[in-house]
Unconditional design. Sequence first.
Length: 422
Amino acid sequence: MGCSKNLVDSEKLARQIEASKIKIVFDPDIISGFDTAIINTCGFISEAKQESVDTILQFAEAKKRGAISRIIVMGCLSQRYKDSLRKEIPEVDAFFGVGDMKQILEEIGGDYRKELVGERRISTPYHYAYLKIAEGCSRKCSYCAIPLIRGPHLSRPASRIISEARSLIKSGVKEINLISQDTTYYGLDRYRKRRLPELTEQLAKIPGLEWLRIHYAYPDGFPLPLLDVMNRYENICRYIDIPLQHINNRILKSMRRNNSAEKTKKLIETIRRKLPGVGIRTTFIVGYPGETDTEFRELIEFIKEYRFDRVGVFTYSHEENTTIFSSKDDVPEKIKRQRADKLMTLQESISYELNSEKIGKTINVLIDRVGEDYITGRTEFDSPEVDNEILIKRNGKRIHPGEFHMVRVIGAENFDLIGELK
C-alpha cells in the first residue's frame, strides 16, 4: 500500500523471502490459494490509512473462510497503530513496523541474509525501478507524520546506491527513479553537505542507464548545482518533482516549510531558466487549518501564472501527534473537497493546453505496455503511474515494453497524448 518507498521495502523483503526457498507472489487481487498474506501498509493520511485497514479486513474475511492461513501486517500504519490494530483486528497473526525485516522472516520460517542487502525482487515492469537513497525525514512540517513513523533522515552511502543501481541496470532496468522522503537533503547527515548533485552525476555515468528521474525534491535548500548536472547529461530526465504544498506566506509559515512565496517563485523561475523545457511536477494541500477563501484564491492565481506540467492535490488530513494537531481542523470537509476539485479543474485545462502545444512534435517515448489497439508509453516528462501517458496507434510493427521509439504527437487529451510511430 502507499508510496513507491513502501514498494521498495516490499521488493527487498521479497528477495529475502525467495532466498529462503519460499514462493512469493505480488498480486493484491489474489486472496486465496496461498498460506500467508503479508500486507505492507501506509499510514500517511486518513484516506491512505482507511485503504490499508480495508485491505487488512478483506484478508481477515478470507482467513475466516479458510482461504488463507496467516496474515502479517507491516509498514507505516502498523508502526504507528500496532497496539490498537491488534485489539481491533485479532485475525492478524503478527504486526511489524518499518525496518522489521529480520523479524518478519523469522515469523514465516525464513533466514535473513546480509549478503543480499540491496538486492530486490522487482515488482514493477522490468524496464523501470525505484531507487531509495535515504530513509526517514528530518523536516519539521507541522502536518506531516512521516518523521514520527520513519524517524530522522538517514542518507544511504553513495557506494551502496551506485552498486544497487548497477545491479538494477544489469537486470534490464532502463529507467531509475530516485526517491526518498526528501531527496534534496541527501548527504547532509552523512557527508555534512548536500550531495544530490554529485550522486546524480555518478549515477548518470553508469553504462546502460537510459533515464534517471528525480522525485521528492524539497524546495527549501534546493541544491542549484543539480541543475548544471542535469544539463550535462542527456540521460537525466528534464523532470523535477518538487512538492510546494502552498504559496500563501502565512500558511507556509504555519506549515513550517521554511519557505516563502517569494523564494518559491524565484526557485521555479531559476529552474526554468537553467533547464529550458523542464517538466515540473508538484503537489498542494488545500483546507489546511485556517485557510481562508482569499488564501486559497492566492494559490489558484499562483497555479494560473506558473502553469505546472503535473499537479497533485491533497485535502488536509488532521494527523494526531503532529504540531498542527492541537489547532482546530476548521475547514469543513465539503469546502476542502470543493477547493480540491476547483484546483484540479484548473490544472486539467492547463494540462490540456500544454499537451496541445506538443501536437506535431516528435518525441522519444519509453514503451510501458502493448495492447491490442494501442501501445502505451511515457515521455521523459512523465513518471510511471502518476503522470501522463502517450497512447500510440498500432501499425503492425512489432513493439515490446522497455523499448524506446520516436513518436509523433497527433492529438491531445486533458492528461494524455495521442501519437503515431515515426
